[in-house]
Design a protein around this ligand. Sequence first.
Ligand code: PA5
Length: 438
Amino acid sequence: MPNIRLDLSYSGIKEKEISEYEKEVSKIYKTLEENSKDEEQYVGWLKLPSNFNKKEFERIKKAAKRIRKNSEVFVVIGIGGSYLGARAVIESLTSNFANLMPQTIRKSPQIFFVGNSISPNYINELIDCIGDKDISINVISKSGTTTEPAIAFRIFREYLESKYGADEARDRIYVTTDKNKGALKQLADEEEYETFVIPDNVGGRFSVLTPVGLLPIAVAGINIDKLMEGAKTGEYNYSDSSIKYNQCYRYAVARNILYKKDKTIEILANYEPKLHYFIEWWKQLYGESEGKDHKGIFPAGVDLTTDLHSMGQYIQDGRRNIFETVINVEETKTDIKIKRDEDNIDGLNYLAGKTMDYVNKQAMQGTIEAHVDGEVPNIVINIKKLNEETIGELIYFFELACSISGNILGVNPFDQPGVEAYKTNMFKLLGKPGYKEK
Ligand code: PA5
């Protein structure tokens, strides 16, 4: 049984509509395969699970072991593709309350993410929270010049140097960046920080299975061998040229069929709070890859049942330009049986003997049916359980589907020209050399 099963029975899409895309999708996959051999193209992620740098992988594991031993806090500095993947995997696979538990139980440092905003409050409050705990940091930036992480790194580098002195600080700073270029690479070389390489042909939002994601994920105590194994299963399963069986192709095609029916917003829904950041990662992957040339499905996300009490009204009854994709985790990690209560004042005795997961699943089924009745087509992605293998496979599933979907849409899924506009304005306002006032 595959770890991921796609269910299109609530989407209103007919098999014939899907099969019409078979040739086009095969052609797109072949082009991706060819381009994955070209260092100039950003398709290095396609064969990464079966062909990654084993030496560097071992170095990541060693660094993670060292950090887990000598640090109570691990600060990860990065934004966008240099942030969301690591957080998505860590939050999916560790306790919701990991950072609040004693280290003796957690067995890993507390992990905090910074450099993903320009809020001074966030950094000041984090420094207050760290107090006299021992820390290490990992600054991640492919370009090595992104403003948000650059400011955060300047602050934390100084913090470490004044806390430990320059020599010990050097041993507590880990840099993940381009192999040759960028200000961060230059600084890392000058200061002799331990450095990990982001492959040239893997773009930021596709980089979670490179050192970008792998070092923080390993520091969190997650088995990165198993994560890569899961991704490799995905690489194998989703190279099947038959659109009838390839779940990944079917998802990519289904979303384009719905887009052509004016369903221009996709809401990815989870029923498991651990997946909140997985959805944030997915939003970036799809938003930055597809939203261009005035085209694209707008990627939104909801945590359910939580957001049924905030966004539920709109989804059920607002403008009918949305479809929903639900991630269903079939087996919960733990469960709670609802007990009988003598007084039954809350009227919940009808659930006595049932488990919370059972109630959650009925809520999901009821919501899918209600939304479909409300003209919101639903796609369901069933995954067996949350573990390294399934998350690795799901990452690969979404990356490949995104690239295929973007190609069907007629955009280049691997560039992001639109993100420069705000930077140009901001740099002019800040008086950065080379940027003139309007
Ligand atoms: O996907 C992308 O390319 C972006 O989201 C980048 O990851 C993000 O802008 C951070 O860039 P960098 O890693 O160069 O600091």
